[in-house]
Write a protein that binds this ligand. Structure first.
Ligand SMILES: N[C@@H](CCC(=O)N[C@@H](CS)C(=O)NCC(=O)O)C(=O)O
Length: 237
């Protein structure tokens, strides 16, 4: 069976596991610490980065783009009979997402409002491009889930967690992207592609007291608690 070497909150890993989940390809998963990488991993990996896919015959594959292509070659495609031109376009649109993974991560770690704004603007350029080409949906290319949806899933999933916990929306103003995000969340793939402790680890890193968004989360929680108290004590209480 295929094995994925993962780090719980890595978006590059999630793109791979989301594709495996969408295609219902069974796989095992091993989580490693990136701060203290095990020697067996360093021996296998030329880059020292996750994701790594170890094939059934023990070959170690690296780089998420190459891994996605490998998975496509060994399993049924999400969409049948795509022309070479369409496949090239799909890869290009997937790249528009994956090149922004490392834009979203530092944006979520911003220490102050100004940095968050600056980094969000950079990330918004990706959503703006998608907004211009999205049609009726529900998915990027219409009725059927494609590799493009899978590539954007980590960005859209993370934006949803941030919005739910802090009220801050990386996708604000992009109506079609919002509808697309909703469809991706409703597919169940975001949850199927992460470990059970994903939310906890994600919040621990991106929504800690060190980050601006973490402080927004605390403020939101305390204002909701305040409202709750007001409601409990009644308007005249
Ligand atoms: N280009 C790589 C990027 C993967 C990547 O940046 N992975 C991060 C975790 S999200 C990592 O392994 N970082 C550890 C390191 O660079 O030493 C890919 O697409 O697979």
């Amino acid at each position: 069976m295929i094995k994925i070497i993962s780090f719980t909150i890595c978006p590059f890993v999630q793109r791979v596991t989301a594709l495996l989940a969408a295609k219902k390809v069974p796989y095992e998963i091993d989580f490693i610490s990136l701060k203290d990488k095990p020697q067996w991993f360093l021996d296998l990996s030329p880059t020292g980065q996750v994701p790594m896919l170890v094939t059934a015959s023990g070959e170690a594959l690296f780089e998420s783009d190459a891994i996605v292509e490998y998975i496509d070659e060994i399993s049924a495609p999400l969409e049948a009979d795509l022309s070479p031109e369409q496949r090239a376009k799909d890869r290009a649109w997937s790249y528009q997402a994956s090149k922004h993974y490392l834009v979203q991560c530092p944006a979520m770690r911003s220490a102050d409002a100004e940095t968050l704004k600056e980094r969000s603007e950079k990330l918004a350029k990706a959503f703006e491009k998608a907004e211009k080409v999205l049609g009726q949906g529900p998915y990027f290319k219409g009725q059927h889930l494609s590799n493009v949806d899978i590539a954007w899933l980590p960005l859209l999933h993370r934006a949803a967690i941030i919005e739910e916990n802090t009220g801050y929306d990386f996708i604000e103003g992009f109506t079609k992207v919002k509808a697309w995000q909703k469809a991706i969340l409703a597919s169940g793939l975001p949850q199927l592609s992460v470990a059970e402790d994903f939310d906890e680890k994600f919040k621990g890193f991106y929504l800690s007291e060190e980050t601006y968004l973490g402080n927004m989360m605390l403020a939101k929680a305390s204002s909701e608690q305040g409202q709750d108290q007001t409601q409990k004590s009644g308007c005249c209480g």
